[in-house]
Ligand binder design. Sequence first.
Ligand code: UDP
Length: 411
Amino acid sequence: MNLLDTYTQVCGESAIDHLKQLAAPLKGMKVVHINSTAVGGGVAEILTKFVPLMRELGIDACWEVIRGDEYFFEGTKKMHNALQGKSVEISDDWWQHYEQVNAQNAEEYRPLLESAPFVFIHDPQPAALIKYFPQRQGKWVWRCHINASRPYRPVWRTLKPFLVPYNASIFSLATFARDLPHREYIVPPSIDPLSDKNIELDPAEIESVCQEFSIDLQRPLLVQISRFDRFKDPVGVIQAYRLATKFIPTLQLVLAGGSATDDPEGKLVLEEVKAAADGDKDIHVLSLPSDAHRTINALQRAADIIIQKSTKEGFGLTVTEGMWKGKPVIGGNTGGICLQVINYHTGFLVNTPEGTALRIRYLLKQTDQLQAMGKKAKEFVRENFLMTRQLREYLTLMVGLVDNAKGRIEL
Ligand code: UDP
């Protein structure tokens, strides 16, 4: 079976028909995606699926990865952190190197990039490529996957001139966007329903994961999957759990995150969480390896309620993942969680441990509500936050850019 057929089964026929319609005027067009890594991270994950899907839709899509040395990537990491708001100084020498590396890559891909009708440049690492294509024929789009809403100013000021010549830019949320002198599009992230993290699992696999961690599937279970980070408020989740156990004494809680070995702050937070759990055998604080996708999938499926009690959040993919498993989400009233959690429909937005406990109690006492909200949550994700929706928006903006003069899209 080809990819489109497989996605039809999960996303529904109309979603795929819509993609086919949008792709029709783009048939045969070259579309180049450029980023800075072939594996690891959300961008590579998305492109791994997007490029073959676009090809099946008749678009001549390809994906190239820029090359750079260690010095280049040390600096781009700093730039990434600076765009997310950290005060990091970047030397003039590095900025020169940044241009040099982009110039070298420009030579490597010159014929392809000069003539392609569409070039998508992902994130800031390859953003300077455009400078070396004054004769470019296509539309160039800068896709920013990071939260650049409050960048460290000196770094943003140096990067911005490289972004100005683009025909358009895409940000994940309106609040993440920067002011640039061209069309800006908001395309929220999405999940891949066929990835290990989200694919349907056999009940036996869910049971075996629960057994491994001594979780009792017969008793109610709350699950929060998150890096051990204070903004995810894991200690607040424990407080909420404790308040809720007064009414539901059989309650269990899973707080699962990465092993945090390479993150000194994560290690500290993990210790705080363990201290707050205080040996309660129904609080399972799990440090998982970075590739534990199926384990996370199983835990989310084992849960009665997904918690994401962040006090600050970007988009909150764990919310999407939980909702896709048909679970209501009790989420912090912040960032992208508010786009996904609709009070009384797909879950509840909360601000405090007390509010969280109140909603836990409500849902576990009204099991028909819990089921109904879980169902709605899944449909809400199917409609809005699957990869096919993100692809639909890319295609729409491409058709819009081609049809520039008309100001409307004809299908
Ligand atoms: N995740 C994971 N292992 C962990 C913790 C999180 O694989 O130990 C995944 C989680 O399933 C989600 C992503 O990492 O896909 C986290 O994205 P989110 O937007 O929720 O939060 P961020 O960590 O980007 O702030």
